[in-house]
Design a protein around this ligand. Structure first.
Ligand code: SAH
Ligand code: DHB
Ligand code: MG
Length: 222
């Protein structure tokens, strides 16, 4: 099949699942709309991936979740929906404007009590977290700058407990990890290798489709 047909098929399959399970709704649509209006890049997780995130929070029974890379809060809303009423999501974001847009979106979603956004460089914020009382986290979702992934993994490992989940978004990126030509894909490949080889982790890369093939790395802390 040629590339154009493949893309169409991927979109059709993704759309089929989206319609079947109703993985979008008015609040999520409004979040994407206001993110776009705010000039944010269109790089949030897909609706179906968002459902997967919510499910992973629910299945793991997580009560404390850490997200690295908030953008407009789209994935944060999915993660927070999986939490119990007294659960907590801390999401780290470098860009103050992104954080402002996200706070509005999270407010509309009725999740302001659950979600706290911290603005700053995640490398530094993760160090601060190691010295505070929020940890251990039951689930860590890594989705900020791709070059940072190897470091975020090491920092994340200091903030978890046996049984916690560590997730990494965009870990296939159209197959660019197979033969990385650029720094971001190399860092992603390194991240996957670190997860695979670290004796403290038991994981897999789950291939995912949206308009192209991507993947989510899922690992359990042993
Ligand atoms: N999780 C979001 C998408 C995140 S996009 C969703 O699916 O809805 C990546 C985000 O990481 C961007 O908002 C970007 O500003 C942020 N980011 C990039 N470098 C960062 C850093 N060093 N520390 C914290 N956030 C960073
Ligand atoms: C990009 C980043 C993401 O987190 C994502 O889910 C998709 C694309 C990017 O930087 O291109
Ligand atoms: Mg992503």
């Amino acid at each position: 099949m040629n590339t154009e047909n493949t893309r169409e098929l991927l979109e059709e399959i993704d759309g089929y699942i989206e319609d079947l399970f109703g993985t979008s709704d008015e609040v999520l649509e409004a979040t994407l709309r206001d993110s776009r209006r705010g000039g944010l890049p269109d790089i949030n997780v897909s609706p179906n991936q968002g459902r997967l995130l919510q499910l992973l929070v629910e299945i793991s029974g997580a009560r404390r979740v850490l997200e690295i890379g908030t953008l407009g809060g789209y994935s944060a809303i999915h993660l927070a929906r999986g939490l119990p009423d007294d659960g907590r999501l801390i999401s780290l974001e470098l860009d103050k404007h992104h954080a402002d847009v996200a706070r509005n979106n999270i407010e509309r979603a009725g999740l302001s009590k659950v979600v706290e956004i911290r603005v700053g460089d995640a490398h530094e914020l993760l160090n601060d977290l190691a010295e505070q009382e929020e940890a251990p986290f039951d689930l860590v979702f890594i989705d900020a700058d791709k070059e940072g992934y190897p470091d975020y993994l090491q920092a994340g490992l200091r903030l978890v407990r046996p049984g916690s989940l560590i997730l990494g978004d965009n870990t296939i990126r159209g197959g660019s990890v197979l033969d990385p030509q650029e720094g971001t894909a190399r860092a992603t490949r390194e991240f996957n290798r670190l997860v695979a080889e670290d004796p403290r982790l038991h994981g897999i890369v789950l291939p995912l489709i949206r308009e192209r093939i991507d993947g989510m790395t899922i690992a359990r802390v042993v």
